[in-house]
Design a protein around this ligand. Structure first.
Ligand SMILES: *Cc1c(COP(=O)(O)O)cnc(C)c1O
Length: 313
């Protein structure tokens, strides 16, 4: 049988003059914001969904109030299978509407992602149904790794890679891609916002630590605990952890919109902030490869609201 074409798009690699100007090194932007759903999530979830359907799944269930839910819904539409997305109460109506517009059913359960996740697992029990985890699944990491395969064809070996970390699926995939490319020596800067810094805390403790609650504006980074595998991979791969403020992340969103006419979530702004703020770690590591992870939960109205919330407006 002919292998199915991937559901994600090949994204461009932009040689960014404004970011180079800001940080004093060449900066290459892997433009995941340009995926049809607005984020890289389609790489991993699209691969996992395709794999599940190929193995006979006739229904998909996901849990996420955000980009993973949207990726699952889009994948189901492309594959012609029904999708159910369990979202927590905190999921904004605009995101629910986007998920529904893809043809998926949305049901609300619980106050936080963990509750929605538990309910989704129950709803996915029958054998014809596959559960798509938003970040903790090897198929998802392998799907995300394709962004490095592309970057390798599109540009030079980077001196460092900057990436945002939520539950760690993207970072696990990134490291997998770097190893596959023979770039095991390229250091990764893993960025979170204060209040969603579950990786930084886990790394400091040497084991997975669970956050009481998520207090950052970057809700997309708000996994209370990271995948165990993230700790394992970042132990064997040169990795630095950085925590930026919500204000720095939002400021980066605004600058990036002005510089490149692309609106991204604070989750993505966090990674860009490391470059805009000229982080010493990046010095002498040209070119810097930045994963512009994107996010469909961004709009001009929300950017204005985030700016007010962090005292920038
Ligand atoms: C999911 C997501 C992240 C975090 O990815 P993890 O795999 O959970 O670490 C960052 N930015 C955006 C836009 C996302 O959708």
């Amino acid at each position: 049988m002919k292998p199915r074409a991937p559901l994600h798009e090949r994204t461009p690699l932009w040689d960014s003059l404004p970011l180079a100007e800001a940080c004093g090194a060449r900066v290459l932007l892997k433009m995941e914001a340009l995926q049809p759903i607005g984020s890289f999530k389609l790489r991993g979830l699209g691969a996992a969904a395709s794999d599940a359907v190929e193995r006979g799944a006739r229904r998909l269930v996901a849990s996420s109030g955000g980009n993973a839910g949207l990726a699952a819904a889009y994948s189901g539409r492309m594959l012609g299978v029904p999708v159910l997305v369990v979202v927590p109460r905190t999921t904004p109506e605009a995101m629910r509407a986007r998920i529904r517009a893809e043809g998926a059913e949305v049901v609300e359960h619980g106050a936080a992602w963990d509750d929605a996740h538990a309910r989704a697992l129950e709803l996915a029990r029958d054998p014809a149904t596959a559960y798509l985890h938003p970040f903790d699944d090897p198929r998802i990491w392998t799907g995300h790794a394709t962004l490095v395969d592309e970057a390798r064809e599109q540009g030079p070996k980077p001196g460092a890679v900057v990436v945002a970390v939520g539950g760690g699926g993207l970072c696990c995939g990134l490291i997998e891609g770097l190893e596959r490319a023979g770039w095991s020596d390229v250091p990764v800067l893993a960025v979170e916002t204060a209040g969603a810094d579950s990786f930084a805390r886990s790394r400091a403790a040497g084991r997975v630590v669970e956050l009481e609650s998520i207090t950052s504006i970057a809700t997309t980074l708000g996994a209370r605990r990271v995948a165990e595998e993230l700790l394992a991979r970042t132990r064997r791969h040169p990795t630095e952890s950085l925590v930026v403020s919500d204000r720095e992340a939002v400021e980066a969103c605004e600058r990036f919109a002005a510089d490149h006419r692309v609106l991204v979530e604070p989750a993505c702004g966090a990674a860009l902030a490391a470059i805009y703020c000229r982080l010493p770690f990046l010095e002498g590591r040209s070119p810097i490869l930045a994963v512009v992870c994107g996010g469909a939960g961004a709009s001009p109205e929300l950017l204005a609201r985030w700016k007010r919330a962090v005292g920038l407006a």
